[in-house]
Ligand binder design. Structure first.
Ligand SMILES: CC(C)(COP(=O)(O)OP(=O)(O)OC[C@H]1O[C@@H](n2cnc3c(N)ncnc32)[C@H](O)[C@@H]1OP(=O)(O)O)[C@@H](O)C(=O)NCCC(=O)NCCS
Length: 181
């Protein structure tokens, strides 16, 4: 397994991991209609666009297996995607973990933790020492951030497929504390 920076040619692999992981991870939380509406078609070009414009603010890492299939990816931000500057609790965090997905059959093998390290190191290299993440309140995967010593911050709402879901945020005041190299 190899963890590396994403390239434009990874768009389809990322799309597959994104769609497949959403479908399996959120089947008890997000409406079935919405999950069934998620298809590769159309999404690949959007990921391609994002990867092409891999500007300074967003960065992407992937994990591939021995056959070079993408099995996980992450997106980090050098600033918050939708900062609420009026919220004194979340607004003080500079970097954001925008997305992190590992295919079901590869979960609990340390890949997610490895991807977080890539984000943390990238942020630190850019002089950013704090990080925030948003996650569905009902998701069992919150345990991943709790294990990483993320501090529970606040809750908010997010609209997904026309329905409103509660999301919660976790923050790290000093990501150097969780950097392992
Ligand atoms: C969350 C996710 C990225 C974690 O990746 P991963 O490779 O499975 O995580 P790791 O193996 O590095 O887990 C590290 C630790 O986090 C905790 N953890 C991870 N997943 C967990 C789960 N489902 N339940 C409880 N604890 C969990 C464990 O303590 C684990 O260590 P352990 O396996 O030795 O007990 C992955 O499970 C995933 O893609 N989930 C679905 C999508 C998702 O919810 N992404 C986050 C969106 S905000």
């Amino acid at each position: 397994m190899k963890c590396r920076k994403a390239e434009i040619s990874d768009a389809l692999g990322i799309t597959k991991v994104h769609v497949d992981t959403w479908r399996s991870a959120y089947k008890d939380i997000i409406s079935d209609d919405f999950l069934q509406s998620l298809v590769y078609k159309g999404r690949e070009s959007r990921w391609k666009e994002r990867l092409e414009n891999q500007e300074e603010k967003h960065f992407f890492y992937v994990v591939e297996d021995e056959l070079r299939n993408i099995i996980g990816f992450t997106v980090g931000g050098l600033e918050q995607f939708e900062p609420n500057i009026e919220d004194p609790i979340t607004s003080k965090y500079n970097g954001e973990l925008l997305a992190i997905y590992v295919l079901g059959e590869y979960q609990r093998k340390g890949i997610g933790a490895q991807l977080v390290q890539k984000v943390v190191n990238h942020l630190l290299e850019h002089g950013i020492n704090s990080m925030l993440v948003w996650v569905l309140k009902e998701s069992k995967y919150r345990a991943f951030y709790e294990k990483l010593r993320g501090k529970y911050l606040t809750e908010n709402y997010k609209e997904i497929g026309g329905d409103k879901y509660i999301v919660v945020s976790y923050g790290w005041d000093n990501i150097k504390e969780i950097a392992t190299n």
